[in-house]
Design a protein around this ligand. Sequence first.
Ligand SMILES: *Cc1c(COP(=O)(O)O)cnc(C)c1O
Length: 797
Amino acid sequence: MRAQNNPATSAQDLQADILKHLNTSLGKDARHATLYDWRMSLSLALRDRVVGPWFDSTRKTYEGKHKRVYYLSMEFLIGRLIEDVTINLNLEEPAREAIAALGQDYDQVVKDEPDAALGNGGLGRLAACFMDSLSTLAIPAYGYGIRYEHGLFEQHFENGQQIETPEGWLTQRHAWEFERPEVSYHIHFGGHVSETDGKTVWHPAETIVASAYDTPTVGWQGKWANTLRLWAAKPIKLFDLEAFNRGDYVGANAPERLARTISRVLYPDDTTEVGKELRLKQEYFFTAASIKDVLRRFLSEGHDLKQLHDHVAIQLNDTHPAIAGPELVRILADEHGLDLDEAIEIARNCLGYTNHTLLPEALERWPEGLFARVLPRHFHIIAHIQDRHLAATGSDVRIIDHGNVNMGELAFVMAHRVNGVSALHSDLVKTTVFADLNKAYPNRIINQTNGVTPRRWLYSCNPALRGLINDTIGTGWQTDLGKLSDLNAHLGDAAFLEAYRHAKSDNKDRLAQWLKAKHDVTINTQAMFDIQIKRIHEYKRQHMNILETIALWNDIRDNPNGNWTPRVKIFGGKAAPGYMLAKSIIRLINDVATTINNDPVTRDLLQVVYPENYNVTMAEILIPASDLSEQISTAGKEASGTGNMKLSLNGSPTIGTLDGANVEIREHVGAENFFLFGLTADQAEATRNHHGYARRAIEASPRLSRVLGQIAEGVFSGGDRHRYSDILHNLYEHDYFLVTCDFDEYYDAQRQVDAAYADPTGWARMAAANTAGMGWFSSDRTIRGYADDIWSIKSVW
Ligand SMILES: *Cc1c(COP(=O)(O)O)cnc(C)c1O
């Protein structure tokens, strides 16, 4: 397909459009414009250039009656968009020039954009990478989610402790979206169900409006653009005038407040089941609006509902939108008169379900009573789905069980494909959570290993490495990341390795400057940058990392003149506000940082830094500067990870366990370029059967015993012996995540890292081998897998 509607834009054109928007969209003249005004004007001028490809793509899809993918996700962790759009439209230079010609600092303008933080972590970021790849591959697609007024909370530290403040990305106008007041649907809750003349009717008690906001997502070189459609909740009745006239001014606003609650906040936790009515309503709200939208579009093209799956593929990103199955069945049966069983078949042919976790506490289930009260008709339909499933398979796995509605089982039974997100994870899905359903539906579970978009996670965030790659193997890797393997031919080339080291060192300088400017910390850029960035969770084992840090500190103090490899340990990540142990881990890291960073004996050899409020933008600064990637989760617990991919791609070898996609990363970059340690998933499971394993492991490790003793004595808490009793108690008494069992091997692996890092050329080769080997982890490859194996859809070229 030829690139159309993307005429080469000169800096002058762009400059004129920025000024025009400044005047006519922002109502400002240049003399009085603020940074916000310039940023908005630039964004709007860029958005103008996305609209052409966007219209073309939509038109082509309608004209060709092409199948579309609908990606339903509670989260889209998008980050900033100015750079995303400029790199995809090849407008980086013109944008920079135009803003400079207007007398503004381009980098400041870019930095003024708030992060669209509509997600918690990996799951939401995956959805954002998928949107990028779907557009780059010209696959007609819609992302559907919620337009949260408040995205993920902002994290601050006070005395080392996490404090949360609400995030306000929508307090300013969102430059990239188009409000669609005409696209709105009534969404119902509650009430009762009646049966008259064989016709089932749901009489809901409560109704709110779902109103659409569209953000175009443009792919590489502007050849295609899809839509991210986010729903905002609004009241059907704006305002209670009667109450107002009675003088009840607060009550008059009640309808609006109630409705808006639904799209007000992102639940700040995706690793525990949230038993909240509001959460269930959020899930139904965006799923139901999306399904209505899908069917409206489908019917407008004049197709027969029996052919739905020829035109519609719906992907459920985890179970949060699992109500899509019963909702689709309800509409087909109750509103279009299809037979229930036929409706179930039609729905199943359209639906795919991606499982993201094996943690039992993260599998969504709703109390039956609550569910039946909020969604009475769906409850009946689910019971029917269950009866059919039990009768057809002879399986005894129930969806409604022990007073709960199990959303994992529901999603499984209603999907024609269920996928895990790494090879190991998909195998575990088959043998653990869904072992019985796997027997009832053999071949339904498949694997689609996650990926990341190389446009944002290499090309855009790492200009230094991008330049070197272009100079070494040419371009083309941006959309064909496998080409990076051409770098392998240069791994023996001293000049290439020297240039690779230079690129890394530039990125490290950039990070150091940012830390100084934003967080007022000074770090040694000659040291190894050892980075662990991800949500704080016991299974991710940040506490094992900080315990190892203390052990290393002890060893350096015992032998200050030893041949130590200087390190800066950098942490980033938020804890769910109600997750007390994770918050203790954060505090411990900060306390240890304070102690160690102030120790004159070790200061030049070991530093700990924990910048607050990790998000996509921070990731874009940290990842290119990383020397070592910490992927140390308990084997069998991290479904895939994508942070591991971003880091390795950017030349940061992994120290890690055989968990999630680490397994495949190690295969692709070579075992000699990966620092492996720890129990395997099988061994971890076996270890848990031996009562008292944690205590025994601690007793067997003098190094670990000493560290735990220091924490208990208050060495890092100003003498307070109780501050970390929760962590200590957990490690001695439970340690479900096996920190104690893996600790010594982890410590030893870190010393192997030290030795390897001491050889700069050898390390550069290892880092470059990581970049060269990571081509397979592009989200383009992942999306092609979904397109072939789940959606049966092709690129429109
Ligand atoms: C990639 C990414 C994640 C996922 O990191 P994992 O290490 O895979 O858990 C989380 N948050 C942000 C901001 C990311 O960019």
